[in-house]
Design a protein around this ligand. Structure first.
Ligand code: EPU
Length: 422
């Protein structure tokens, strides 16, 4: 088992380059099998979730080849299976995009219910309701562990999402790209990776309009071709390094990003007392490590992202004064708080609201990541803590952060990965 060992309280200084967006990659890779030809995806992050999805695509009959570390060629001409139920499918949440992709292409799909990070119930009822509206029969087998979808004909439909779900928006958009007629998704989510997936599908010949707004229109087409596509930078990875710089103090340029995607975080960091300098493709965070308390509410894009909520908690835990953090997206995304408390953070939870009383400094200790972003929060707390912090369950962090210890070392952190016997 790997552990991250951090000796904290080093100022962070320098430049860090951000990788491709995990949540775009995990949608675009399954979408690539819609065409039945060759696509090349560039700027993929080197993370476990990508590795797992490639295994799944290979098991379906696709021929996937990495042309270099970040460029994946997917030949989907030989895909002849529509059942994805093996172990690699269950490992990651985004396997649910195989439902849209296989249903769109073959009009049938059998997909195991996804795993991934666990923070409360993670229903996919909106995905399934949308597929039904498009004419699919949906059968939940083995107590809902496996979803079987089939359609004589997949047709366009008007779909209103009760909640602006990222996954449902993307999944329905993928399936609708090859349905007969026009699908309209209302109350669609607007996250950057939704626009990115729509752009990729459009490059394959789909006709999707309005991605990035709350009404998306998809005019189904009979066939799609392959495409070459470069995915966008990871907004959440970028935000994690920005928050690390804010909490530790220093001067860090987070580069290869789309600064507009960072607006909600940049605004909060300024309110917390950091100086933010924005360029065409970078944001520089200058912090003296002394932060002010603020109130934050997570929302769908362009609001403050839930995927930066745990990392923001860690930074606010050393801000002067009392902050509140309201989680509006997930019902139970505060499980990591117990771990932060072990490092001396003073955080209390009441339902969806965390009250954070800033302390002058944290002290290192032994903690465990409980999910991907929780792990990132512990890294930030460890970097700001006095003494040594050991973080276990690094596998969660590896699911979504490429070479985190190398990137942090390059900006002055004292962090290493060690193998421990269990
Ligand atoms: N929801 C439903 N029914 C559904 C789908 C969602 O009630 O059918 C509810 C959920 O319970 C939740 C809310 O809608 O309360 C939002 O869920 P959403 O569907 O938007 O989340 P998701 O698509 O499963 C993606 C990201 C998450 C990120 C959320 C919110 C991927 C693979 N995952 O999940 O990312 O937290 O959107 O932005 O894109 C992460 O990267 O750490 C991560 C967890």
């Amino acid at each position: 088992m790997d552990q991250l060992v951090i000796r904290g309280q080093r100022q962070l200084k320098g430049e860090v380059a951000i990788s491709g967006a995990k949540n775009a990659a995990v949608a675009i890779i399954p979408a690539a099998i819609m065409s039945g030809s060759v696509s090349v995806i560039e700027n993929l992050p080197c993370i476990e979730d990508v590795t797992s999805l490639v295994k799944t695509l290979n098991a379906l009959g696709a021929v996937c080849e990495f042309l270099d570390e970040r460029t994946l060629k997917i030949d989907s001409s030989f895909v002849d299976k529509w059942e994805a139920t093996d172990e690699s499918v269950r490992k990651i949440r985004a396997s649910y995009y195989l439902m849209g992709a296989l249903l769109g292409r073959f009009k049938k799909a059998v997909v195991a219910m996804p795993g991934g990070c666990n923070f409360g119930s993670r229903p996919i009822n909106l995905h399934l309701k949308g597929f039904r509206a498009m004419g699919a029969e949906v059968i939940e087998e083995r107590g809902g562990e496996v979803i079987r979808l089939s359609a004589e004909r997949l047709h366009g439909a008007n779909i209103f999402l009760d909640t602006a779900s990222v996954g449902a928006t993307i999944n329905l958009m993928i399936a609708a790209a090859r349905a007969d007629g026009t699908t309209v998704i209302e109350n669609a989510a607007k996250e950057p990776h939704i626009v990115d997936t729509a752009n990729f599908l459009n490059m394959m010949g789909a006709k999707i309009r309005g991605a990035g707004t709350d009404v998306i229109r998809i005019h189904g087409v009979e066939s799609l071709s392959g495409a070459e596509y470069m995915i966008i930078p990871d907004q959440i990875e970028a935000g994690t390094y920005m928050l690390a710089a804010a909490a530790c103090g220093g001067d860090v340029t987070v580069k290869n990003i789309i600064p507009k995607h960072m607006d909600s975080l940049s605004a909060k960091l300024e309110e917390m007392g950091c100086r933010i300098i924005e360029g065409d493709d970078f944001v520089e965070v200058i912090s003296d490590g002394i932060l002010k308390a603020v109130n934050v509410k997570t929302m769908t894009y362009p609001g403050f992202p839930t995927d930066l909520q745990p990392q923001m908690s860690a930074a606010l835990a050393k801000a002067k004064g009392v902050s509140t953090l309201t989680e509006n997206v997930w019902e139970n995304r505060f499980q990591y708080v117990n771990q932060l408390r072990r490092l001396g953070c003073d955080i209390s939870i009441d339902g969806r609201v965390a009250t954070i009383r800033g302390v002058d400094s944290f002290t290192g200790g032994e903690v465990n990541a409980t999910d991907l972003r929780a792990g990132a929060a512990l890294v930030i707390a460890g970097l700001a803590a006095k003494g040594e912090t050991h973080i276990g369950n690094v596998k969660y962090i590896d699911r979504g952060y490429e070479k985190i210890e190398f990137k942090l070392r390059s900006i002055g952190a004292d962090i290493e990965r060690v193998r421990v016997e269990i």
